[in-house]
Design a protein around this ligand. Sequence first.
Ligand code: MG
Ligand code: ZN
Length: 215
Amino acid sequence: MKIKVVRNIFEANNRIAEENRGFFEKAGVKVVNLMSAPGAGKTTLLEKTISSLRSKMKIGVIEGDIQTSLDAERIDRAGATAVQVNTEGACHLDANMVATALAEIDLASLDLLIIENVGNLVCPAEFNVGEHAKAMILSLAEGDDKPAKYPLMFKTSQVLLINKMDLQPYVSCDAERIERDAKALNPNMRIFRMSCQTGEGLEQWCQWLETLVRG
Ligand code: MG
Ligand code: ZN
């Protein structure tokens, strides 16, 4: 019985995700679902991404947070359209929450929409929201055992950004191990080593986004 209830939740979510996808296709906007644990650097990455790409494309952001609009305010200051979704306690965004946020966005005016999910390495990976690609960030400060402990996130993401590479002298985290374990789970995964402090890797990530938008 319990199993059936869970299946129904995912089926209902996928139906709404398909509707969202239809809106994205109609508007000609590409959509990335950006996921990570809290504090891995999602919002900072978006600030840097917006400032590198804003002359080339129009970017919008949906900010998912349990509470506050702090991140949406940062994105707004960075120069992109931002809509905040407060999940009121829920630890992930689902397709319906994204659908609600879409009512606030002029999709046709955008080339790229990035959905910053709630900081969490578990259930955001379970809920499709209609995105074209999932991308995830793992920062060196979190440790190199994360692919082994949270495999679904690594299996479902097309891109892994290993962030905060500038911390390497201070932490024992092994970026090679992260790459190896992530590739074992998801052989096609694109992996970029990044630092939003030094700018390392930002260009490759932005190129990946440009390719997605052009494709
Ligand atoms: Mg954030
Ligand atoms: Zn959740």
